[in-house]
Design a protein around this ligand. Structure first.
Ligand code: ATP
Length: 309
């Protein structure tokens, strides 16, 4: 089931928490929604789940509009809110039954769905425990199980791994990837590595506006523009190397990195200096011990796109 967001705007007083954003998420896609605090992630997710009404624009979940068919939208979506509200006094299995009934799962299917969710979310050993006896990771699994209990086609997860330990994060990520093969998933996060590891596509939002949209590779390429090489050369003085390297037609800038003969070489836009630096070293009889393209880190791209201007 595709999700189409069209010119969505949500205002709080004079503030445009979400400011005229549009994007589409295709069935089977896992979209990572990334942005600094207050960027508008939760507000967008609440609009998609029909928990708040847009001031302008619309969201279509399949053929249903959040403005016209909010009940149908809610039925199609499983939602894990940011603070994962659970009934702490209930046992896991009773809570899942309660949510299944609320979500209108037919009586003859409830037991089957509960068992399936317990299996998928790895809750077998904990199913009779009260929720307040569970670790945070297991509570998060219960949150996912309740979001999935009515077998929704769309899953909206607001910071699903917040507060989890590294092992739990890996497990929940794997679970989301597994689920994401069949469903349309949007998840929000501050954690770049998580979004990169889990999602097919990334949208970066800042001050209510989309500032980037693409795969992590596409974002890198777009931001990079210029090739940067780390080069280590033996058998030549620093000044001589810099002077000669700067003569190479593809090279824009050469910066020494240390006293051991390592340099950072930036090429002119859309050009590569790899072959010419290699050729220069051969010609001069210098020993080239390292020539590595430096990848722009997703952190740098995020910083560049979301720092306050
Ligand atoms: P975080 O990563 O911190 O959870 P977020 O990207 O999810 O942030 P939102 O919760 O969508 O951001 O908030 C976007 C902006 O809208 C913020 O400036 C926030 O203060 C404001 N906002 C959100 N909800 C309300 C509300 N109910 N009343 C007034 N302002 C609100």
């Amino acid at each position: 089931m595709d999700i189409v967001i069209r010119n969505l705007t949500k205002k709080y007083g004079a503030q445009r928490a979400v400011d005229d954003i549009s994007f589409t998420v295709k069935t089977g896609e896992i979209l990572g929604f990334l942005g600094p605090n207050g960027a508008g992630k939760t507000t967008t997710m609440k609009a998609i789940t029909s928990y708040l009404i847009p001031d302008e624009g619309d969201v279509l979940v399949g053929n249903y509009s959040v403005n016209k068919d909010s009940q149908e939208v809610k039925k199609s979506i499983g939602y894990l809110p940011e603070h994962n509200p659970l009934y702490l006094d209930m046992a896991v299995i009773d809570y899942l039954r309660f949510v299944a009934e609320l979500q209108g799962v037919s009586k003859d299917k409830i037991n089957g769905r509960i068992l399936e969710m317990i299996d998928v979310c790895g809750l077998e050993a904990e199913k009779h425990k009260k929720i307040n006896e569970l670790s945070k990771g297991y509570r998060q699994r219960v949150g996912l199980a309740q979001a999935l209990i009515h077998d929704p086609e769309v899953l909206i997860l607001d910071e699903p791994t917040t507060g989890l330990d590294p092992n739990q994060i890996v497990e929940i990520r794997e679970l989301i990837r597994k689920i994401g093969r069949e469903k349309t998933v949007i998840l929000s996060s501050h954690i770049l590595a998580e979004v990169e590891a889990t999602c097919d596509r990334i949208i970066i939002i800042n001050r209510g506006k989309i500032v980037a949209d693409g795969t992590s590779e596409e974002l890198r390429k777009h931001s990079q523009g210029k090739e940067i090489l780390r080069v280590t050369v033996e058998g030549v003085e620093r000044d001589a190397f810099i002077r000669e390297a700067q003569q190479v037609s593809t090279v824009e800038q050469v910066d020494p990195l240390d006293d051991e003969g390592s340099y950072e070489i930036q090429s002119r836009p859309d050009l590569s200096s790899r072959k010419s630096i290699f050729a220069l070293c051969c010609e001069k009889n210098w020993v080239l011990t390292e020539l590595t393209p430096i990848q722009t880190k997703l952190e740098d791209i995020f910083h560049e796109l979301t720092m306050d201007r």
